[in-house]
Write a protein that binds this ligand. Structure first.
Ligand code: IPM
Ligand code: MG
Length: 359
């Protein structure tokens, strides 16, 4: 099968990690006889410097013509002085999400192979593994509401329409039906009107369309505590944009850090943008020490969700686990006892995984 992928490395470690994602795709192409064509384009702060905008028209055009987007990261200290609406993050990734209506953000929180040692949790809390899915609403809520700022006043509007909640809850229910059929809706309905609409909408929709799902509700503050102490109680979590942003970083800590966490952002046609949850990490950019696994796992999600290549995705997932089982670690996931010879760089980790995809 032939597929075209827009590759937007962006800033910081973005370009390094997407390169390794592409290595994994090439290994899949060779093994399964597919053809992947890559449209490498500028975005983020790098594009702002080069073209005067974080999302140049030719980048957008490439995304429109592609079957999927692979995104690295956007932003960094160099641009932090800009007003919020001109920041590379707002002008690239947030715009892309809106542009392609990528409302459904899937963030699987899984502990891979032997990585329990890198978890922030005590071993007994994750015994039996960890496998939950955060479904985050991605194109509405407070990040996209009206922002106002004057010298001494500021406000950001957290707005939701029932339709926006229904469609994301439906995605979460469909995922839950393929898993343990347990869904937790997370909100702050003891304080926010929008959260009360979320809770009512989720309750109605599950009763109407997915009566076999066990639905629970949690306040977001309590959800954070539950995640940090007893994450195995969760199967699928569905929540609004900002709560999902915050809880997914917490989820990352449970699995060994942001370096391991992939994500898929999809619309209702199955078109998607795939990106690691971590940011541009400017402090380690260009040093070949970044962890490419979150991006490689995001590529596996691309195969699974946008290209319907489940077997190919499984091969990448298994290759990541095998590389970890063989003891290889990037710096961020290395434990105190990891032999120095097994602590490898971004490129070598990418190469190891690609070799294991091939074999
Ligand atoms: C994420 C990031 C983004 C977000 C930023 C870069 C705007 O934190 O994908 O989690 O908040 O959505
Ligand atoms: Mg985030």
């Amino acid at each position: 099968m032939k597929k075209t992928i827009a590759v937007l490395g962006g800033d910081g470690i973005g370009p390094e990690v997407v390169e390794q994602g592409v290595q994994a795709l090439d290994a899949v192409a060779a093994r399964f006889g597919h053809r992947f064509e890559y449209l490498w384009r500028d975005c983020g702060g790098a594009a702002l410097d080069r073209h005067g905008t974080p999302l140049p028209e030719e980048t957008l055009a490439a995304c429109r013509g592609a079957d999927a987007i692979l995104f690295g990261a956007a932003g960094g200290p160099k641009w932090d002085h800009l007003p919020p609406e001109q920041l590379p993050e707002a002008g690239s990734i947030l715009r892309l999400r809106k542009e392609f209506d990528l409302f459904a953000n899937l963030r699987p929180i899984r502990i891979h192979g032997p990585l329990g040692e890198a978890s922030s949790l005590k071993p007994e809390r994750i015994e039996g593994g960890l496998d939950l899915l955060i479904v985050r609403e991605l194109t509405s809520g407070v990040y996209f509401g009206k922002h106002d700022r004057s010298e001494n006043e500021a406000s950001d509007l957290m707005y939701y329409h029932r339709r926006e909640i229904e469609r994301i809850v439906r995605v979460a229910c469909e995922a839950a039906m393929k898993r343990a059929r347990r869904l937790t809706e997370v909100d702050k309905s003891n304080a926010l009107a929008s959260s009360r609409l979320w809770r009512d909408t989720a309750r109605d929709l599950v009763a109407r369309e997915f009566p076999r799902i066990e639905l629970k509700f949690l306040y977001v503050d309590n959800a954070a505590m539950q995640l940090a102490t007893w994450p195995r109680q969760f199967d699928v979590i569905v929540t609004e944009n900002m709560f999902g942003d915050i809880l997914s970083d917490l989820g990352a800590a449970l699995t060994g850090g942001l370096g391991m966490l992939p994500s898929a952002s999809i619309n209702n046609t199955g078109f998607g943008l795939y990106e690691p949850v971590h940011g541009s990490a400017p402090d380690i950019a260009g040093k070949d020490v970044a962890n490419p696994l979150a991006t490689i796992l995001s590529v596996a999600m691309m195969l699974r969700y946008s290209f319907n290549m489940g077997a190919e995705a499984d091969v990448i997932d298994a290759a990541v686990t095998r590389a970890l089982d063989a003891g290889f670690r990037t710096r961020d996931i290395a434990a105190a006892g990891t032999p120095a010879s097994r602590v490898i760089g971004c490129r070598e980790m990418g190469r190891r995984v690609a070799e294991m995809v091939a074999a």
